[in-house]
Design a protein around this ligand. Structure first.
Ligand SMILES: C[S@@+](CC[C@H](N)C(=O)[O-])C[C@H]1O[C@@H](n2cnc3c(N)ncnc32)[C@H](O)[C@@H]1O
Length: 371
């Protein structure tokens, strides 16, 4: 029996922090294995938690990623880092030993974390924000802390995997809702040791210190619509990506607690953070076309573009039409195939992470080559 990558210790790095609408590792790994012999440079202009970047690392390929969400960029950056878990924990211990200057006082934070745990989280936060240069160890520590920041309480007698009172793992519930939820159920924040939780997480990752063909700086928190965001590379390029589905623009708001850890406000951040324009199909298509055009400018030789794209239940949109129109507008790509993601043998579909009402026929895999 084969174990899904998501449950396999050798691939646990990819699960260092969950990310809403991530695609399954099986998808980029399968495609990259086909191209591996040409040693392509791998791109993901909407890299999210860095699934494509990590698949490239596993196959020894150089990769680049872009995302305008600081949370996504922080997680994806870690996927290119290499460090011994003892060094990451030593760094955490050093940062935690310094008392924090600012501790949030709002209701949410008092109910979400015990005093002791919150002090340790704040020390880590300030220590990482003080850093002049992100190192491999600090990139891993940042991503692992984001991954442990909130999630379910352990089962009775079990050990902690998260620092918080009962919360979802993939997104942060709104502050008022969370406080009401905890009060109604009399849920007391647990006294979780930040170091113990991080050690448990990092010890599980078998490839934390494996060789990486790319530097962490290859992932940037930049807008893929801007040509300047793309690194200059030579040789074949394989792009495997998944843009936001039309109408899905709350990547940063839904992760507001992780955004706080990265230096944001203590409240929900309603900034747009250069997300694609979702105010009409035309604007959205134009935005996508800019990104495909930017990739084409970097690709001198053989170039392949694989895109997983679908629609969310609440937005009335035709994913195939949007994607085809954006490729036509970009003008540089020839569409070779469109497959239903369900039947493309690529593992779990991204729509599976979006709730049960997702239309099973609304997620597609597009393959285009430079024309
Ligand atoms: C569907 S998710 C990608 C998920 C990714 N495949 C993974 O496995 O984690 C789309 C991503 O596009 C990012 N995004 C939206 N607008 C962007 C832009 N203008 N430039 C770069 N990234 C953008 C969002 O922040 C989000 O992380």
């Amino acid at each position: 029996m084969t174990i899904a990558y998501a449950y396999n210790k050798d691939f646990a790095f990819n699960a260092i922090c969950p990310y809403y609408t991530m695609f399954p590792l099986e998808f980029p790994l399968r495609l990259l294995k086909k191209h591996r012999k040409d040693s392509p440079t791998v791109y993901d202009p909407f890299c999210g938690r860095g699934t494509t970047i990590y698949a490239a690392r596993k196959l020894g390929l150089r990769s680049y990623g872009l995302d305008t969400s600081p949370i996504a960029a922080a997680i994806a950056q870690a996927k290119l880092a290499s460090a011994d878990y003892e060094d990451v924990i030593a760094l955490a211990e050093r940062l935690i030993s310094k008392a924090p200057k600012n501790i949030p006082e709002g209701q949410f934070f008092r109910h979400a974390f015990s005093n002791k745990t919150l002090l340790q989280i704040c020390s880590l936060r300030e220590g990482l924000l003080r850093e002049k240069k992100v190192t491999d160890a600090s990139a891993i520590l940042r991503a692992a802390t984001l991954g442990c920041l909130h999630g379910p309480l352990p089962v009775p007698g079990g050990s902690f995997s998260y620092f918080s009172n009962q919360m979802p793992r993939t997104f942060a519930s709104k502050p008022d809702y969370s406080v009401r939820y905890w009060q109604e159920r009399n849920l007391i924040p647990p006294t979780a040791s930040v170091i113990d939780v991080l050690t448990k997480k990092l010890k599980r990752i078998a490839d934390l210190n494996s060789a990486s063909a790319s530097r962490i700086q290859n992932v940037k928190c930049l807008d893929a619509r801007k040509a300047m965001s793309f690194a200059k590379v030579k040789g074949p390029i394989v792009t495997i990506t998944s843009p936001p589905y039309y109408g899905m623009r709350t990547y940063v708001q839904d992760q507001w607690l992780r955004m706080w850890f990265l230096g944001g406000d203590e409240e929900i951040d309603y900034e747009n953070h250069n997300q694609l324009t979702h105010t009409g199909h035309e604007r959205f298509i134009e935005d996508l076309a800019k990104v495909w055009s930017n990739v084409a400018k970097r690709a001198q030789d053989d170039a392949h573009l694989y895109v997983r794209f679908g629609s969310i239940p609440s937005a009335k949109s035709d994913a195939r039409q949007i994607m085809k129109a954006s490729l036509e507008l970009a003008g540089d790509w020839k569409l070779l195939s469109v497959r239903n993601a369900e039947t493309s043998h690529s593992g779990k579909r991204q729509a599976d992470y979006m709730g049960r009402e997702s239309d099973p026929a609304s997620e597609y895999d597009f393959h285009a080559v430079l024309s």
